[in-house]
Design a protein around this ligand. Structure first.
Ligand code: CP
Length: 304
């Protein structure tokens, strides 16, 4: 039995297979419409979510399976003090596979160690968000045709943004990737990631102004300032609108640059950018469903 805790749990070869399956699902949805008949997915979300929870549920329903779960831990027995370890033992009796989001880093890993069904980390604190990374990689591969040889700018909250940490971890396995980290001093990418890049000899640069690097980018990954992870409101208010991508800032960018964002956005991308053909963040949401369908099939070892 396999779980997914970290994007690195899959080799690059396994990821290629997963993305091929996701693209086949995109082209032939009817072929997969009954693949999970009789199977149940539990979504256990101890933190708010729109995309991840609903895309998992949409994925399972599109595969002919059923869904159950909770979207708010205050309505579950966690509010009475039940541990994650006990909860997953219970969920294992009700469902065939579980997607779990938790504010505590490592909580889905604890659940996986006690589970008799596959557990998927649907985001743990500021740590990892592997299925967002699978979504990001599938989007890039589908729209750019490759996962190597590009310069990617990651912009915004690089300190608390788990999607950023997961994506960097995953991209270092591909050739000729150059990172440009664009953030205010207070929201820089954590030291452990910089150390890892240095050890692997991977090219990176840290800048404060988005304008300084825009023409170099093949991909721009915008992120929200993570209000929920700040210790005080004052710092959040000071930093929240540090970057606002608008039409004028898109002007010097390459004509085929892609703008990605895990969403939700707050102010960091102006709605006037949504109509730019380079804006790929809503397409990214659709790829999130295909890749979660492929992941459910893979972890349940169902072949179509
Ligand atoms: N991208 C993402 O994780 O969105 P949600 O928080 O809405 O699930």
């Amino acid at each position: 039995m396999r779980h997914l805790m970290n994007p690195l749990d899959f080799t690059t070869k396994e990821l290629e297979k997963l993305f091929d399956l996701a693209n086949d699902i995109e082209r032939n949805p009817a072929k997969y419409a009954h693949a999970c008949e009789g199977k149940k997915l539990a979504t256990c979300f101890y933190e708010p979510s729109t995309r991840t929870r609903l895309s998992f549920e949409s994925a399972m329903l599109s595969l002919g399976g059923q869904v159950l779960g909770f979207a708010d831990a205050s309505n579950s027995s966690a509010a009475k003090g039940e541990s994650v370890s006990d909860t997953i033992r219970i969920i294992s009796c009700y469902a065939d596979i579980c997607a779990m989001r938790h504010p505590k880093e490592g909580a889905p890993m604890v659940a996986a160690s006690k589970s008799s069904i596959p557990v998927i980390n649907a985001g743990d604190g500021g740590h990892q968000h592997p299925t967002q990374t699978l979504t990001d990689l599938l989007t890039i591969r589908s729209l750019k045709g490759r996962l190597n040889s590009f310069t990617i700018g990651l912009c915004g909250d690089l300190k608390f943004g788990r999607t950023v940490h997961s994506l960097i971890n995953a991209l270092v396995r591909y050739e000729n990737i150059r990172f440009i980290f664009i953030s205010p001093e207070e929201l820089k990418v954590p030291d452990y990631i910089i150390e890892m890049l240095k050890e692997k000899g991977i090219s990176y640069e840290e800048v404060i102004r988005l304008e300084d690097c825009m023409p170099q980018l093949d991909l721009l990954y915008m992120t929200r300032v993570q209000k929920e992870r700040f210790f005080n409101e004052e710092d959040y208010v000071r930093l929240k609108d540090f970057y606002i991508l608008n039409k004028a800032k898109m002007e010097p960018a390459k004509k085929d640059m892609l703008v990605l964002h895990p969403l939700p956005r707050v102010n960091e991308i102006s709605v006037e950018v949504d109509d730019d053909p380079r804006a790929a963040y809503f397409k990214q949401v659709q790829y999130g469903v295909y890749v979660r369908m492929a992941l459910i099939l893979t972890l349940l070892e169902i072949q179509v």
